[in-house]
Design a protein around this ligand. Structure first.
Ligand code: AMP
Length: 210
């Protein structure tokens, strides 16, 4: 199953994708996580994208497309994947269509007010990238990742000013993808407001797994 997760920053795409890996038995490919690893490793890609990401702006289309094209050429993605955070522009979607045919696009529907609350409480594992929330998805041990024990941190782009910029960028550049994929008959909307369990249930239903 080749899936795209679409939705505003903070809609919970990363959290549900981590569950989707078990449900669909496919890898989770998060362009944001790939960029963050490159920043941590201080690789040439990381140095190129660091300032843009921390300001809440998009990396240029060519760089994002190159990254995903390389990742989707790897063996483990041949039977499927969950693409989280890509495409983010119509240009990226058109490029993706040239090298991979997706089966479904899951649109995580959520109001801005809920997004702000979620992003400001989000914590991410420095080591494995797992997502937690100080209220809605608390780690068992404060400041430590349940998956690998790594230290949890607040993303620079989860600061208030960067959050506003990301929501603006989402409205301008990514929302048009909803109609783009709806017209192709690929889009399924899910209500992303509830608990993790209820969103997982909606996700399974959207895929006809329940
Ligand atoms: P995310 O973890 O998906 O919220 O992504 C974090 C940041 O990485 C975004 O705010 C962008 O700066 C960058 N990014 C991730 N995916 C893309 C993409 N497909 N195109 C451009 N920039 C991206």
């Amino acid at each position: 199953m080749k899936l795209i997760f679409l939705g505003s920053p903070g809609a919970g795409k990363g959290t549900i994708a981590a569950k989707g890996v078990e449900i669909c038995k496919v890898p989770h490919i998060s362009t944001g996580a790939l960029f963050r690893s490159a920043i941590t490793a201080m690789s040439p890609l990381g140095c190129q994208v660091k300032a843009l990401i921390e300001a809440g702006r998009l990396v240029d289309d060519e760089t994002a497309i190159f990254l995903v094209k390389e990742r989707l050429a790897q063996e483990d993605t041949q039977s499927g994947y969950i693409l989280d955070g890509f495409p983010r522009t119509i240009f990226q979607a058109e490029a993706l269509a040239q090298f991979s045919a997706v089966d479904k696009v899951v649109n995580f529907d959520i109001p801005d007010a809920v997004v702000l609350e979620r992003l400001s409480g989000r914590r991410v594992c420095r080591k494995c990238g797992a997502n937690f929330h100080i209220i809605f998805n608390k780690p068992k041990q404060e400041q430590h990742c349940d998956v690998c024990g790594g230290e949890l941190f607040i993303r620079k782009d989860d600061q208030e000013e960067a959050i506003r910029e990301r929501l603006e960028v989402y409205r301008e550049q990514t929302i048009p993808l909803i109609e783009y994929y709806r017209k192709q008959g690929l889009l399924v909307d899910i209500d992303a407001q509830g608990s993790v369990d209820s969103v997982v249930a909606s996700f399974k239903q959207a895929l006809g797994m329940q």
